[in-house]
Design a protein around this ligand. Structure first.
Ligand code: ZN
Ligand code: ZN
Length: 211
């Protein structure tokens, strides 16, 4: 699987482009990258958003103008709007997403791009609309702001829930094989096996609830 990573925007989000059989999956476009994607000559472009936080969605509307379709959880547009408003109140520049999802991704759904079939798991906690996309062959997961190398996504933002985060982490531990490549929304790539061994919040999800 050919995975290209770009680090984009004020919050340095990881945007992933996966091209397969002439079709392209763009995960969490952090900036307008229409031209970059156009140069890849994709027959079909699917944008998948792990969650609506503004840093992960700034490039959605531009790519839609290039003919891409948007795949996201049904709560994503609301989270995107609230997140952009919050970012603006912090003095950051944040475009408000106008697009609505063309493909609705809920737990248990699959997303097919260029012959690759990604499974969808709803993983709320960091945000109510958070999903991960994963394949078993090869074992790979796009985990957004659920898991980072040595850490997890914040659970103190509006819409966050530490208790849901514990449940989501427990579920991911049950489902993803340790060999799974983890492609997070920020920071370096890691693997499920490495995080099971070293990440304190995977070793003991109870820590997420605080002392
Ligand atoms: Zn986030
Ligand atoms: Zn983020």
């Amino acid at each position: 699987m050919n995975v290209k990573k770009l680090v984009l925007g004020q919050l340095q989000v990881n945007t992933y482009i996966i091209k397969s059989r002439g079709e392209c999956l763009v995960v969490d476009p952090g900036e307008c990258i229409g031209e970059k994607v156009a140069r890849l000559g994709c027959r079909r472009i699917v944008i998948a958003v792990t969650h609506g936080h503004f840093d992960h969605t700034q490039g959605v509307d531009c790519l839609k103008k290039e003919g891409a379709i948007l795949a996201a959880h049904p709560l994503e547009p609301r989270v995107a709007m609230e997140s952009a408003a919050l970012a603006r109140s912090w003095g950051l520049e944040a475009r408000i997403q106008e697009s609505q999802p063309d493909l609705i991704l809920v737990d248990g759904e699959t997303l097919s791009v260029g012959g690759l079939v990604f499974r969808v798991m709803h993983t709320p906690g960091h945000s109510p609309d958070h999903i991960i996309l994963y394949t078993e062959d090869p074992p790979l997961a796009l985990v957004g702001d659920l898991i980072f190398m040595d850490g997890i996504g914040r659970v103190d933002l509006p819409g966050s829930s530490p208790l849901e985060m514990v449940r989501s982490i427990e579920r991911v531990k049950d489902v993803l094989d340790p060999r799974t490549r983890l492609l997070p929304g920020h920071g370096p790539e890691t693997s499920m096996g490495r995080e099971l061994e070293w990440n304190p919040f995977l070793r003991d999800p109870g820590l997420i609830l605080g002392p």
